[in-house]
Design a protein around this ligand. Structure first.
Ligand code: ZN
Length: 218
């Protein structure tokens, strides 16, 4: 019935966040198919007071750690606000670190982020998403981006990211624009986690491109 739907939609976001935080442990992650992942998230404009914002960010971080993942956007826990967290200890072998630029990324909060390409070079690697569990696909992304955002204290951020951290920034910011990595992926590369473990563990997706029949950027 329409009035019920309207009541849910118009509920303040702070109530929704309070309700989420009332439960112990990691927040439930919403999966692809939930319209919240396809909406353009609202710019953060103090819809949450500073205490609630800090609690929400702590919960996002704990949920990202528990998953485990290297980034999590607020819409992935059902909150349509332009907030994301990123953090990557990058526990990978040296050859993978070199091939993918997977260097450690300290914990960061991105509020109202946007990015633009720096240069025209693109890198293509397998990536996955906590909202699309069980699958990975190759996505060609800008090798380097300029991020503009606010941090959790409202301070302006204007910074360049390269390598794997640039990939994480793009993936998480895309979530806030209602995009999933699959929208940009080479769909012929789509591989189950089992196939990834059995076949496509290489530092680069060159062999997967040959055997699955897709092109990598020049
Ligand atoms: Zn994701």
């Amino acid at each position: 019935m329409a009035y019920e739907r309207d009541r849910t939609e118009s509920r303040p976001l702070s109530d929704r966040v309070e309700e989420l935080l009332a439960h112990e442990g990691p927040l439930p992650i919403v999966a692809a198919g939930d319209p919240v992942l396809r909406r353009t998230a609202e710019p953060f404009a103090r819809q949450l007071d500073p205490t609630l914002l800090a609690r929400f960010i702590a919960a996002l971080r704990a949920t990202m750690h528990a998953a485990p993942g290297v980034g999590l956007a607020a819409p992935q826990v059902g909150v349509s606000l332009r907030i994301a967290v990123i953090e990557d200890p990058a526990p990978v072998p040296e050859e993978v670190r070199l091939a993918r630029g997977r260097v450690p990324q300290p914990f960061r909060v991105l509020v109202n982020p946007s990015y633009e390409a720096v240069g025209s070079y693109r890198d293509a690697f397998f990536e996955g998403c906590l909202s699309v569990p069980g699958w990975q696909a190759v996505v060609a992304r800008h090798a380097k981006v300029r991020l503009r955002a606010l941090d959790e204290h409202g301070r302006a951020v204007d910074e360049e990211f390269a390598g794997w951290p640039a990939r994480i920034v793009q993936h998480e910011t895309d979530h806030l624009n209602g995009m999933l990595y699959l929208d940009r992926a080479e769909l012929r590369s789509l591989s189950s986690n089992q196939a990834m473990a059995d076949r496509w563990n290489d530092p680069t997706p060159a062999r997967a491109a040959r055997d699955l029949g897709f092109l990598l950027p020049e």
